[in-house]
Ligand binder design. Structure first.
Ligand code: GTP
Ligand code: MG
Length: 340
């Protein structure tokens, strides 16, 4: 088997958490592994009448049969990790790599005290920037040095490859988005690491040949939290009028918004070698779509929008979000012959 990577196509908060929850429930993966930067990202999952905000535990926890892992490239805050393990009752089936770098209070303080990060860049102040810097300097503590984490340590890359060799599915969960990448994003208004699909693979210890599908997630409009350029940004009143107003999962800050950007989407598909698109929040653009589960139920305007995205990017829109719930999804993969 090969792995499926879920990556953000714009500036994060595209709804990867919900897409991953859907894939975890539908595809019965043996392993769901969190890649990406660290607890500066927050996935929102609505499932079983509850709402979860996850900054460390993989969103695939919704499938109780899946093994949950956090890759060596992810920066871990042990307090947040242990709290979420409790909230999601995942002890016993979650593990993290002994080589994950550890965010300490001193990292958070350093970001709060840095006017450059907290004011100019609009950092989430979760300590990831300072921790990533310490890791590059080989000063950071690793998960293997923290007694509270000793019961969770496991060889993440080894577990993933065992699953693949025995025919199991593996889902790699990205955080943030392509244009927040330290390398390919809007530097200096970006996060502390690369966030593209290849970096996600490196975070968890798989190579390019282990990947079958790269599902890039786009929201039906573009949002951005913090500072940095946002082409086509609408005035706040217009964002509110369109029902696009959102608040950040980690910081509670208002997200800025702009209409779907086809040029940015094309570039994101290129940077990630994306093979499929998950398009979320279609119900916000087309309220009559809310809760739809069948592609044939889409109104012609919504179908036309999807066709334009497919024409621009040259890859199919296979998963469509029609509401915040993990089950409010149209999944076209089987119809398009893409479900192996
Ligand atoms: P990061 O890892 O921080 O980039 O976050 P994310 O990509 O997981 O997205 P996040 O959960 O921060 O934000 C997405 C928001 O959209 C959440 O409030 C979700 O509940 C919501 N959402 C996701 N998909 C849909 C959808 O199809 N329709 C509607 N109405 N809401 C959705
Ligand atoms: Mg988020």
């Amino acid at each position: 088997m090969s792995a499926t990577v879920v990556v953000g196509g714009f500036f994060g908060d595209e709804g990867k958490g919900k897409v991953i929850a859907h894939l975890a429930l539908r595809d019965e993966p043996a392993v769901v592994v969190r890649a990406g930067v660290g607890p500066n990202a927050g996935h929102t999952i609505q499932f079983g009448g509850r709402k979860f905000f996850l900054r460390m535990v993989p969103s695939g926890f919704v499938n109780e049969r899946a093994m949950l892992l956090i890759g060596a490239g992810v920066l871990v805050n042990p307090k947040i990790f242990l709290k979420e393990v409790e909230e999601t009752s995942t002890k016993g089936r979650i593990g993290l790599d002994p080589q994950c770098a550890i965010i300490e209070d001193v990292h958070i303080r350093r970001e709060e005290e840095s006017a450059h990060l907290s004011q100019k860049i609009g950092s989430t102040r979760s300590g990831v920037g300072a921790c990533a810097a310490d890791r590059a300097l080989r000063l950071a503590k690793l998960a293997r040095d923290v007694p509270e984490l000793s019961g969770f340590l496991t060889d993440v890359s080894g577990r993933i490859h065992e699953a693949l060799w025995s025919g199991g599915r593996v889902l790699v969960e990205g955080t943030q988005g392509t244009f927040l990448s330290l390398y390919h994003g809007t530097y200096p208004y970006c996060t502390a690491k690369d966030t593209c699909a290849s970096a996600l693979c490196s975070d968890v210890g798989i190579g390019p040949k282990d990947v079958g599908e790269v599902i890039i997630t786009f929201k039906s409009y573009v949002t951005r939290v913090g500072e940095g350029p946002l082409e086509g940004q609408l005035p706040r009143e217009e964002v509110e009028r369109r029902g696009w107003l959102e608040y950040g999962t980690v910081t509670g800050r208002e997200r800025r918004a702009a209409p779907f950007n086809f040029e940015l989407a094309k570039r994101a598909v290129m940077l990630n070698s994306a093979t499929q698109i998950a398009l979320t929040k279609l119900d916000v653009l087309f309220p009559e779509v809310r809760g739809a589960k069948d592609y044939r139920d889409l109104p012609s305007g919504a179908e036309e929008f999807i066709r334009r995205i497919e024409e621009a990017t040259k890859i199919p829109v296979t998963i469509i979000g029609t509401g915040p719930g993990a089950d409010e999804v149209i999944d076209r993969r089987a119809d398009l012959g893409l479900l192996k």
